[in-house]
Ligand binder design. Structure first.
Ligand code: IPM
Ligand code: MN
Length: 353
């Protein structure tokens, strides 16, 4: 294949992990005989500083040109505690999702055998946990009508039947390829939008007789996820609940720095880690590049290049097994491997296997 990749490194640790993702992408392309061409574009705080816009038109055009976007992270503390800021880095990410029509965010939560003891949860609870959270990404409170004044503010959690149906179809497709168990997460005891989610799901469920569909309130799901994560196979939920539940889910594996995601929908798909820009670690060469590297695996798998994806996963597992790990998951007094060293080790492994 001849890949055209838009690379959006963004802010904080973004550029450091992005570089490792790109190197891995190149190594895999070389090994499997694909051509790859990169085009870099601005997003987030970096884009605001240079253009005033967190998702400039030129970046949008680069994304449309590409077969896939390799995105890293956006966010900058300069904006976080300034409620008067008119424009924020995160708006760049949201604009990208909206303009590319990326309504389905796929966030797999897996455990790595050699890291099981790193999890804050007990081994017996998490061993074998393996689920996918399908987060609706272009609707709900993130994009609903907003009102903001000093004495009153609101966000609107709006969903249409059509938006719910299309994300449920994605979720059913995943469940069909996996353990055939779909959990629809909502707050239908309180929210009108959730009642529509549940109604639409109940209407659709009979079309998928081989899949068990169950319904769970989000508060209960949050509890179940740490009490019994193996219960879940595929979770589907709205934008806000999915954001919160996937941060919770990421802890199960032992580090947020391990989990990738794919956002797909109408236009160019985006592959990105689920973690943020970790500004405190910027430039320190300590951020884990694995979430970014595994998002490259998801990129290949999206194009049905499963061997390419498997080569990356194998290299990542080998690195973790060999203790080639960034500090947050390193064994006590273990050797130091930074972002670059972990990335380079994985690239070497891919070249030599
Ligand atoms: C994520 C992030 C974003 C979100 C932020 C940075 C806007 O937390 O991708 O989960 O809330 O969607
Ligand atoms: Mn989030």
């Amino acid at each position: 294949m001849n890949f055209k990749i838009a690379v959006l490194p963004g802010d904080g640790i973004g550029p450091e992990i992005s570089a490792q993702g790109v190197d891995v992408m190149s190594a895999v392309c070389e090994r499997f005989g694909h051509d790859v061409e990169y085009s870099y574009a601005l997003c987030g705080a970096d884009a605001i500083d240079r253009t005033g816009d967190p998702f400039p038109e030129e970046t949008f055009r680069t994304c449309l040109w590409a077969d896939a976007v390799l995105f890293s992270a956006v966010g900058d503390p300069r904006f976080d505690n300034d409620p008067t800021a008119k424009v924020r880095p995160e708006q760049g990410l949201l604009a990208m999702r909206k303009k590319l029509g990326l309504f389905a965010n796929i966030r797999p939560v897996e455990t790595f055998d050699c890291l099981i003891h790193m999890s804050p949860l007990r081994k017996e609870i998490i061993e074998g946990a393996d689920f996918v959270c399908i987060r609706e990404l272009t609707g709900g409170m993130y994009f609903g009508e907003k009102f903001e004044r000093d004495d009153r503010a609101y966000d609107t959690n709006a969903y249409t039947r059509n938006e719910i149906e299309r994300i449920l179809r994605v979720a059913y497709a995943y469940a069909g390829r996996r353990r055939k168990h779909l959990t629809v997460v909502d707050k239908a005891n309180v929210l009108a939008s959730s009642r529509l989610w549940r109604k639409v799901a109940q209407e659709m469920a009979p079309q998928y007789p081989d899949i068990t569909t169950d319904y769970m309130y989000v508060d209960n799901a949050a509890m179940r996820m740490i009490q019994d994560p193996r219960f879940f196979d595929v979770i589907v939920t709205e934008n806000t609940f999915g954001d919160i539940l996937t941060d919770e889910g990421s802890v199960i594996s032992g580090s947020m720095g391990l989990l990738p995601s794919a956002s797909t929908g109408e236009k160019t798909p985006v592959f990105e880690p689920i973690h943020g820009s970790w500004p405190q670690a910027k430039g320190k060469n300590i951020a884990n590049p694995i979430a970014q590297i595994l998002s490259v695996a998801m990129l290949f798998e999206h194009f049905c290049l499963t061997e390419e994806g498997a080569a990356i996963r194998q290299a990542v597992n080998a690195a973790l097994d060999a203790n080639v790990r960034t500090p947050e998951i390193q064994i006590p007094d273990g050797p130091f491997y930074g972002t670059r060293e972990v990335g380079a080790w994985i690239v070497d492994y891919i070249r030599n296997h």
